[in-house]
Design a protein around this ligand. Structure first.
Ligand code: HEC
Length: 380
């Protein structure tokens, strides 16, 4: 009989063990709390991290844990008592303390994100901007040289240095910031140009304002000025970029053979910067936290490339064209003031493609006594 009874005994004892494993309804509700909270969105389904750090097997004190939840930390928003009572936070904490530590579950985006602390990110971008300013500076010096500022200096002094500087800065505002020449040439093109220019400046301003007024980059409502500015600027920039891309496809005269590759690199990087920026906002609002970090990395990479390639792509026309236009205005004023420069001035300041005619005219004016080699330079 004994050998027949044994399986039953084992079965019975097994059942009783299983019985004590079945959670009571109260325990069940507790266990489901982390899974149903918004914590999971950022800290991962297994609490092994996502946008935020892993919380499984954490050794935080209850009080410290509650304080973080109530006050938020870094990118983590505060949770008020109305959303999660002290008891519920306590129970989530209990649950997390015993949740198993599974290193293989730590998402790659979190591991990468760890290196991207605000301090590290800003170091990388200080390097990128340093590189940009170095080569942009070289480009600007080159621009001054091409405009013949050194040879014009005696005439400028005769006209008055103060006047020249006044004309220079007025042109930077009127021709550069307001794009006066396009306004006169074509309102349509001015508008499309303005979408890109002011969209870009708006995004730049938004980033500066956010780092001053919301350095932790906490989530703010969509109608908040700090959110509206980048959203509207980004939309304007996106429409402008889309329009220019469309024009490149449809206008067969736009390519003068010199700038196409550099124009396209610039446009594409701008497109990816804004597109990924929008994607980050949308995914965050939708609560798809798993993807936010990856897309944020894509966003940072696009900005990094935009800045680093800037001096060598069409990006440079943002500062070179206003500069050349301003120098042209000064040249104009010098000519009018009586100092003969010996060649016709450029007819339309701010134009990207300088006409062959001006160059030929300059050579003509130089006359037969000039027998050095002549080289036509193009600047964007
Ligand atoms: C929007 C994303 C997000 C949500 C939602 C979120 N967290 Fe966090 N959490 C973070 C981030 C990011 C950090 C890291 C903050 C830092 O150190 O700068 C963090 C840190 C923490 C920490 C500190 C960990 C440590 O070891 O320092 C705790 C504890 C924590 N969160 C608990 C929670 C709980 C509980 C919830 C749900 C009520 C929650 N979090 C919801 C993003 C989030």
């Amino acid at each position: 009989m004994k050998h027949l009874l044994l399986p039953f005994l084992l079965l019975a004892s097994g059942l009783s063990v299983a019985q004590s494993d079945i959670p009571t309804p109260v325990e069940q509700a507790k266990a489901a709390l982390y899974g149903s909270s918004n914590c999971m969105g950022c800290h991962g389904a297994n609490a092994m991290g996502g946008l935020g750090p892993p919380l499984a097997s954490n050794t935080l004190e209850s009080a410290a844990f509650l304080k973080i939840v109530r006050e938020g930390k870094g990118m983590m928003p505060a949770t008020p008592e109305a959303d999660l009572s002290d008891e519920q936070v306590q129970s989530i904490h209990e649950e997390l303390k015993v949740a198993p530590w599974i290193p293989s579950q730590i998402p790659i985006a979190y591991k990468v994100g760890q290196y991207l602390s605000p301090a590290n990110t800003s170091k990388v971008f200080i390097g990128a901007f340093g590189f940009f300013f170095l080569f942009a500076g070289i480009g600007i010096v080159h621009g001054f040289r091409l405009a013949g500022v050194r040879h014009m200096m005696p005439a400028i002094r005769k006209m008055g240095m103060g006047k020249a500087i006044g004309i220079f800065f007025k042109s930077l505002v009127v021709d550069g910031l307001l794009v006066g020449s396009l306004w006169q040439a074509s309102r349509h093109r001015w508008f499309m140009h303005a979408l890109m220019l002011y969209g870009f400046l708006g995004l730049l301003a938004a980033d500066i304002l956010i780092s001053v007024y919301n350095p932790q980059r906490l989530q703010v409502p969509l109608t908040h000025p700090l959110k509206l500015l980048p959203l509207l600027s980004g939309t304007a920039l996106m429409i402008g970029v889309g329009y220019v891309m469309f024009r490149y496809r449809s206008d067969k005269y736009i390519d003068n053979g010199l700038t196409l590759g550099r124009d396209f690199l610039f446009l594409n990087l701008l497109f990816h910067t804004v597109f990924s920026g929008f994607l980050v906002v949308v995914l965050k609002r939708m609560g798809v936290q798993d993807w936010v970090m990856s897309i944020y990395l894509y966003h940072l990479a696009a900005i990094f490339l935009l800045v680093v390639t800037g001096p060598f792509t069409r990006f440079s026309h943002v500062y070179l064209v206003p500069l050349m236009a301003a120098l042209t205005r000064v040249t104009e004023a010098v000519t009018v003031s009586g100092a003969d420069l010996g060649f016709e001035r450029e007819p339309a300041p701010g134009r990207h493609h300088k006409s062959q005619r001006i160059a030929e005219n300059v050579l003509e004016q130089l006359g037969p006594e000039y027998d050095g080699p002549a080289r036509l330079r193009y600047f964007p």
